[in-house]
Design a protein around this ligand. Structure first.
Ligand code: GAL
Length: 717
C-alpha cells in the first residue's frame, strides 16, 4: 500500500510516499504523483474502498502505460492493435490506478480537491468507493471537490482512477493512456479562490510603466457569511515583492461567491519578450477577519501582443517561426518529464524556431511553463475534430463533443454567451472553458486555435464557431482566435462568416487562400497554421506584412499517423527526429531564420562505444532525466546499457520508427545512435555503461543531487 500524508495548511508535515508539500503557502498543495498502485486491464471492485490492491504494481505518475505495454519489457507494438497505425500500433483498453492517503492535520472543515493535469482517457474517479466524476477528453486538466468523500485525520482514504481507451480507433496520432500528467491534492479554507479564477492582464504596457489588472473570484463554501478582502502581491522577475494592494471587503453569503478586481502599478516593468522572457508572480491572498485564509499563485508576463494587419510584440513586428508538435516523446510516450520537454524546445530554438503549435490538443501546464520561461510563442489548439469523426476513428473526441457534460465536470462554469448556458452545457463547451481559463495567464500563449482541419460542413461549423469565438472572447478578452481551416477555398469559408468570426485567418497548406482572405479584409492578420517543411514559403511570409508566420508540419517526428505502414509506427515528417538529431532541412531553416550556425556530428568512432550525457548533473526530481547517448560505428548495432549507483534506466531509445520495444536494456541504434534515458533515485554518482558487440565499452558518470528540477530561463539546453 502506497501512502501519502497531507500536512497542515502552511505546516511542515506531510511528505509521504512520493508526496511533497508546496511550502510557504496557506493553501495546502500536495504533489500527489507518488505511491500509486497500477493494474493493467479491468478489475472488478477496484473502485471500492476495501479492494485488495497490495499485489498491484507500485509506480509514480505521470505514467503512460501504452508506450510500455502490458508486459514490459515485451514489445508493446502489434500489427493488429485496435489503435491501428494511426495510433502507432500501441495498445488500448482499461487500466486502473489506486492510491492510499491520509489527510493528517488538514482541518476537517477544509475543502479538499483532487486535480489532474490530464488523464487519457474517459477517466472515472472514485474516492473511498464513491464515484466522483467522469471526464472523457484526455488532454484537458480538471479537478474535483472530494470533501464529502474523504476521511480526515489519520484514517486511510483511497482514490481509484479507471482509465478507458477501449473504443478505438480514437485518434489520428498516438494519444497515450493512463494518468500521464501530474496530480495534486489541494486543501483550502471554505472561503477560497475558485478554480482558474485569477486572471491577469497587462493592457498597453511600456518600459516606463504598466498596470497589472487582476480579476478573481472567491467563493464561500462555509455555513456563515464571510467578509473577505484580497491582498495582491506582485513579485518582479528577481523575486522582489512590490507594494501590496488591498481591495475593499465584500460580504460573501454561504454558498455564494464574489468577484474582486484590482490593479497593481509597476514602475519600469521588465517586459516579456522572446529574448528576455521576464516572468512576474502574483500572490493573491484572501483575508477574512484579519487572517489570510487562502492564497493563489499566478505566474504572468508583462507584454502586449497585437494582431492588426500583422503581429506585434511590445510594439515590434514579429512573425511566428513555428513548428507543429504532437505530444509524444517516443520511448516516454506522453508521460514526459519536464526536462525532456525542455531538451526538445531548446533543440528547436537552436534552429531558429520561436513558436510551437500544440497540434492538435491542449498542452500540459509543464509545457506552458517552459514556453513562458524560454521565450517561445504558442498557438494553443483545442481539438482535431468537432462533430464528425475523422476516418473511422469512432473513439475520437467527436464521440463526446456534442454530448451533455455530466456533473461534476471538474471545470469552471461555462460562460453564458451566444446562446450557451452552463446548465445543459456540452462536453466541448465545458472543455473549451477549462482550456482557456487554465491557459490564459501564460505570456507565451499568443493565439488560440479552435480546431484543426474540421471536416464538418460550413453550415454545421458556423454556429459552433460563433459560440467558440464568443466564449473565448468572454473568458479571455486579451487574446485572439484563429482556426486551422481545411481547404477554405473549396469548403466555402472565403467570403463567409468564417472570415468575420476569426480574429486571425488561419489555414493549412493553402497560401493563396490566406492571401485572398487578407485582401478581402485588409485589417486582418493571417497565418499559415500548417504548411510543409520547405523553406521557400518563408519568402511569402516575409513579403506579406499581414501574414504573421507559419507552423511547419512538423518540428519533430512523432508516433502514429502510420496507417497500414507496419512495421513503421510513426511519421518521419519532422525537421528533427524524435531524439533531436537534425535533418538537412533543420539547417536550411536555421539559415533562413538567421539563427547562429551549428553543426551536428554523432561522434561515432571506430572500435568503441562513445558515451556522452546531455547533462552531467541531474536532480532527484521525477521531472529530471539525463539522455545518455551511445555512438557506434555500425549505424544499427545493438547497444546494451547498464546503470549503476542511485539511478534507474527509464527507457532505451533511438530515433527509429520501426516497431521495437523501448523497455529492457537493449536498443538497436539508428543513424549510429542509441540512447538511455536515466533518472536519479537518490543523490550520488550514477555510472552508465554501454556495450555493443565487437566494441570496447563506453562509460559516463552523471551526478545526482537532491532537489527539485527547476526549468531553465532564456537560453536552455
Ligand atoms: C495535416 C494534418 C496533420 C497531419 C498532416 C500530415 O493535414 O493537419 O495532423 O496529418 O496533415 O501531412
Amino acid at each position: 500500500m502506497g501512502g501519502t500524508t497531507a500536512g497542515a495548511a502552511g505546516g511542515n508535515a506531510g511528505s509521504g510516499a512520493g508526496g511533497t508539500l508546496e511550502t510557504g503557502r496557506v493553501r495546502t498543495i500536495l504533489h500527489f504523483d507518488g505511491g500509486w498502485a497500477f493494474h493493467y486491464g479491468d478489475a472488478s471492485g477496484a473502485d471500492g474502498a476495501a479492494f485488495a490492491d497490495s499485489g498491484w504494481r507500485q509506480l509514480s505518475v505521470p505514467h503512460d502505460w501504452a508506450i510500455e505495454g502490458p508486459n514490459p519489457p515485451d514489445n508493446p507494438f502489434s500489427s493488429s492493435a485496435a489503435t491501428t497505425g494511426r495510433g502507432g500500433y500501441l495498445p488500448s483498453g482499461v487500466a486502473w490506478y489506486r492510491k492510499h492517503f491520509t489527510l493528517g492535520d488538514v482541518p476537517a472543515e477544509n475543502k479538499v480537491f483532487i486535480e489532474f493535469d490530464g488523464v487519457m482517457g474517459n477517466s472515472t474517479v472514485y474516492v473511498n468507493g464513491q464515484k466522483i466524476g467522469n471526464h472523457p477528453f484526455g488532454y484537458v486538466s480538471f479537478r474535483y471537490d472530494i470533501s464529502a468523500a474523504v476521511k480526515f485525520g489519520a484514517m486511510d482514504n483511497v482514490i481509484a482512477v479507471k482509465t478507458d481507451t477501449t473504443t478505438q480507433p480514437a485518434s489520428r496520432y498516438y494519444a497515450g493512456a493512463g494518468i500521464y500528467r501530474h496530480v495534486r491534492l489541494i486543501a483550502t479554507s471554505t472561503v477560497h479562490v475558485e478554480q482558474y479564477a485569477t486572471f491577469v492582464t497587462t493592457p498597453a504596457p511600456t518600459t516606463t510603466s504598466a498596470t497589472v489588472h487582476v480579476t478573481t473570484t472567491v467563493s464561500n463554501a462555509g455555513s456563515a457569511s464571510a467578509s473577505a478582502s484580497i491582498e495582491g502581491v506582485v513579485s518582479d522577475p528577481s523575486g522582489t515583492a512590490l507594494a501590496p494592494v488591498t481591495t475593499a471587503a465584500q460580504n460573501i453569503a454561504p454558498g455564494s461567491s464574489a468577484d474582486f478586481t484590482f490593479d497593481v502599478a509597476v514602475d519600469k516593468p521588465k517586459l516579456w519578450d522572446l529574448a528576455n522572457p521576464n516572468m512576474y508572480g502574483l500572490l493573491t491572498k484572501v483575508n477574512v477577519g484579519g487572517a489570510v485564509v487562502d492564497d493563489d499563485v499566478t505566474s504572468f508576463g508583462i507584454r502586449e501582443l497585437k494582431f492588426d494587419g500583422g503581429m506585434t510584440l511590445n510594439g515590434k513586428s514579429v512573425k511566428f517561426q513555428g513548428v507543429c508538435l504532437h505530444q509524444d516523446y517516443h520511448a516516454l510516450g506522453l508521460a514526459a518529464p519536464q526536462r525532456a520537454m525542455q531538451r526538445r524546445l531548446a533543440q528547436l530554438k537552436s534552429y531558429g524556431v520561436n513558436a510551437v503549435r500544440t497540434a492538435h490538443d491542449p498542452p500540459s501546464p509543464d509545457f506552458l511553463e517552459l514556453t513562458d520561461r524560454m521565450g517561445m510563442l504558442v498557438l494553443d489548439e483545442f481539438t482535431d475534430v468537432w462533430v464528425s469523426h475523422k476516418y473511422s476513428d469512432v473513439g475520437d473526441y467527436s464521440a463526446y463533443f456534442n454530448k451533455a457534460a455530466t456533473a461534476p465536470t471538474g471545470m469552471p462554469l461555462v460562460p453564458e454567451v451566444a446562446g450557451v448556458t452552463n446548465a445543459g452545457a456540452t462536453w466541448w463547451q465545458v472543455d473549451f472553458t477549462g482550456w482557456i481559463t487554465r491557459d490564459r495567464n501564460h505570456p507565451s500563449v499568443a493565439l488560440y486555435s479552435v480546431g484543426n482541419e474540421i471536416r464538418d460542413s460550413l453550415s454545421t461549423r458556423t454556429p459552433i464557431l460563433t459560440k467558440m469565438v464568443a466564449m473565448s472572447h468572454a473568458l479571455d478578452p486579451s487574446r485572439s482566435d484563429t482556426q486551422a481551416l481545411f481547404q477554405p477555398d473549396t469548403n466555402g469559408d472565403i467570403g463567409s462568416a468564417t472570415n468575420d468570426l476569426l480574429d486571425v485567418w488561419g489555414d493549412n497548406y493553402h497560401v493563396d487562400s490566406a492571401l485572398t482572405a487578407m485582401v478581402n479584409a485588409p485589417t486582418k492578420s493571417g497565418l499559415l497554421t500548417e504548411i510543409g517543411t520547405e523553406t521557400s514559403t518563408w519568402a511569402t511570409v516575409k513579403s506579406n506584412a499581414a501574414l504573421t508566420g507559419l507552423f511547419m508540419w512538423t518540428g519533430v517526428d512523432y508516433l502514429g499517423e502510420a496507417d497500414a505502414a507496419w512495421p513503421t509506427v510513426g511519421s518521419t515528417a519532422g525537421i528533427l527526429d524524435e531524439m533531436g538529431t537534425p535533418k538537412s532541412l533543420a539547417f536550411s531553416w536555421q539559415s533562413t531564420w538567421s539563427a547562429p550556425k551549428t553543426t551536428f556530428s554523432t561522434g561515432a568512432t571506430a572500435g568503441k562505444v562513445v558515451l556522452t550525457a546531455d547533462h552531467s548533473t541531474i536532480t532527484t526530481d521525477w521531472n529530471d532525466v539525463a539522455y545518455v547517448r551511445a555512438a557506434v560505428p555500425d549505424a544499427t548495432a545493438a547497444v546494451t546499457f547498464e546503470v549503476d549507483g542511485p539511478g534507474t534506466l527509464v527507457a532505451v531509445d533511438s530515433a527509429s520508427m520501426t516497431q521495437e520495444t523501448f523497455r529492457g536494456n537493449t536498443r538497436n541504434a539508428s543513424g549510429n545512435l542509441a540512447y538511455a534515458v536515466v533518472r536519479a533515485t537518490g543523490p550520488g554518482s550514477i555510472t552508465v555503461t554501454a556495450q555493443s558487440p565487437g566494441l570496447s565499452d563506453g562509460s559516463v558518470a552523471v551526478e545526482a543531487t537532491a532537489g527539485s528540477f527547476v526549468p531553465c530561463s532564456g537560453t536552455c539546453d
